[in-house]
Design a protein around this ligand. Structure first.
Ligand SMILES: [Zn+2]
Length: 499
């Protein structure tokens, strides 16, 4: 990494195409000494009573549960399982800056009571449910109680006709088809409620051209992306700051929400947060969309400047690393034309979102810190805050059978912080998932005042609830018209183990 000892007093080269409107927004900050803005009062980014806030601090435990099917080989050897577990522990330790410590227990390989075809033919999208029920019972017989762990990772040959890693079905259990600690860590990220780190590439000079392309998993610098950077595949990568905030790994004091133009510094994002400079900047684009700016200094291809990740506040949508150099030639050492590997902003460059009135200029480095000038409209503080939603029943990770109660809370932070404040109505839908495909709701009700709840008998044939993976989708509409939605994964299994 090359650090420059002085600010670049150059006119920034805009990465957006509309250079004719490049008014000198930053002539003064560019020439002034950098000053760490102490007085910016960021509004709370995540609040108590937010489903997205899922802390993972202190000691955390995972059970790696290995299964094979009669007449088949083990899915993973002892050394491979141990090595993968060590990689996963390292990933969590480095990502959390040691805020979290992990303990992993690995079971012997259990032989399942039924042939693979029993599970793979179980129908109605219940393959994972049937594997889980039998694997958990085998673990209990052997003296492991899966419910005593924060997470369990079931290693099975892929008999589910899908990806080798499947994320989570209930924020607790994840499935993988073999070894790979960085992959296990990625799946555990899903169990913390995180989506994929994707990308946005443009086919013209404007990095945020609406005609560009969404690239699922496209942020290869992020553990929640595909991690497949040429020459260093499946290496360790830090996840993005909005997830670290949610996990409690990144303190909110280390994220500056920019609500007025100014000069800002960033510290190396790979280093533990400190009081020297923030680890990330948050720029609200509109009521639903944020830009996150941070400096992946430990990633060779990002060392020269910050990356910009665009993310919807609605967690149903993922995030997009913005390719700041669209249509560029491949970088030396791998990659393809127009890919996302050259997404970082070089010194002297600027990102410009003309429609939103946002400009971000990389001014260079000073004393090991990255210097930025950021301009935002004066109306940032007027942006609507969407309703905040939580699901308080059922408990996260609990498998339901028989009678089940569902309850959500919602409030509008523009109004207050108690259940129901500022909320016009809440819609509760219980939807069955077949793989990732949502079925029609088995429950669909609207409540115009708290408590927002319903109770069902999941075993009642008249209701037509069958075993499976479900989401509770909660849509809250505020009195001021703002709408937000969130979803909560849960399992209904009235059948249980096969033996
Ligand atoms: Zn994934």
């Amino acid at each position: 990494m090359t650090l420059q000892g002085m600010l670049l007093a150059l006119a920034p080269r805009r990465l957006a195409p509309c250079v004719t409107l490049a008014t000198a927004l930053f002539s003064a900050p560019l020439l002034a000494a950098p000053a760490f803005p102490q007085g910016l009062s960021a509004r709370a980014i995540w609040r108590p009573g937010d489903l997205n806030q899922l802390e993972a601090i202190g000691p955390r435990t995972s059970l790696v549960l290995r299964v094979r099917y009669p007449g088949e080989q083990d899915p993973i050897s002892d050394p491979a399982a141990q090595s993968s577990a060590m990689d996963m522990i390292e990933s969590i330790d480095r990502n959390s800056w040691s805020v979290t410590s992990s303990t992993v227990d690995i079971t012997p390989t259990f032989e399942m009571p039924q042939p693979a075809s029993f599970y793979s033919n179980s129908g109605n999208g219940t393959v994972l449910l049937r594997i889980r029920a039998d694997a958990h019972k085998l673990a209990r017989i052997a003296g492991f109680e899966p419910e005593d762990y924060d997470h369990d990772i079931i290693i099975s040959r892929n008999i589910w006709n899908g990806a080798p890693g499947l994320g989570t079905i209930n924020y607790r259990t994840v499935f993988v088809a073999g070894g790979g600690g960085w992959l296990w860590g990625h799946e555990l990220g899903h169990a913390l409620g995180w989506g994929h780190a994707s990308g946005w590439t443009s086919e013209n000079a404007d990095p945020i051209s609406p005609t560009g392309n969404y690239v699922e998993y496209g942020d290869q610098f992020d553990m929640m992306g595909n991690q497949g950077i040429p020459s260093i595949p499946r290496a360790f990568h830090h996840c993005q700051p909005r997830y670290k905030l949610r996990a409690g790994w990144l303190p909110s004091s280390s994220v500056i929400e920019v609500n007025a133009p100014g000069s800002f510094q960033l510290q190396d994002y790979s280093q533990a947060p400190s009081s020297v400079a923030p680890s990330a900047l948050l720029v609200r684009r509109d009521a639903d969309t944020d830009y996150w700016i941070f400096w992946r200094a430990d990633e060779a291809r990002c060392a020269e400047g910050p990356v910009i990740v665009r993310a919807n506040r609605n967690p149903l949508d993922g995030s997009e690393l913005i390719d700041l150099h669209p249509m560029s030639a491949p970088l030396p050492g791998g990659g393809a034309a127009g890919d996302l590997l050259d997404s970082a902003m070089a010194p002297g460059e600027a990102f410009w979102d003309q429609a939103a009135g946002i400009e971000i200029v990389h001014q260079g480095f000073h004393a090991g810190l990255l210097q930025l000038a950021v301009s935002v409209p004066g109306s940032q503080s007027l942006l609507d805050e969407r309703p905040v939603i939580d699901v308080v029943a059922p408990a996260r990770g609990r498998t339901l059978r028989g009678r089940a109660a569902y309850r959500a809370t919602a409030f509008d932070p523009d109004v207050g912080r108690s259940d129901g404040a500022g909320i016009d109505k809440v819609r509760l839908e219980l939807l069955r998932l077949d793989g990732h495909v949502e079925g029609p709701p088995v429950v669909d009700i609207v409540r115009d005042k708290a408590p927002y709840f319903f109770v069902i008998d999941t075993a009642d044939p008249a209701l037509g609830v069958i075993d499976g993976k479900y989401i509770l989708r909660v849509t809250a509409t505020a009195d001021d018209g703002g709408v937000s939605a969130n979803r909560f994964l849960n399992l209904i299994d009235n059948t249980g183990p096969s033996f």
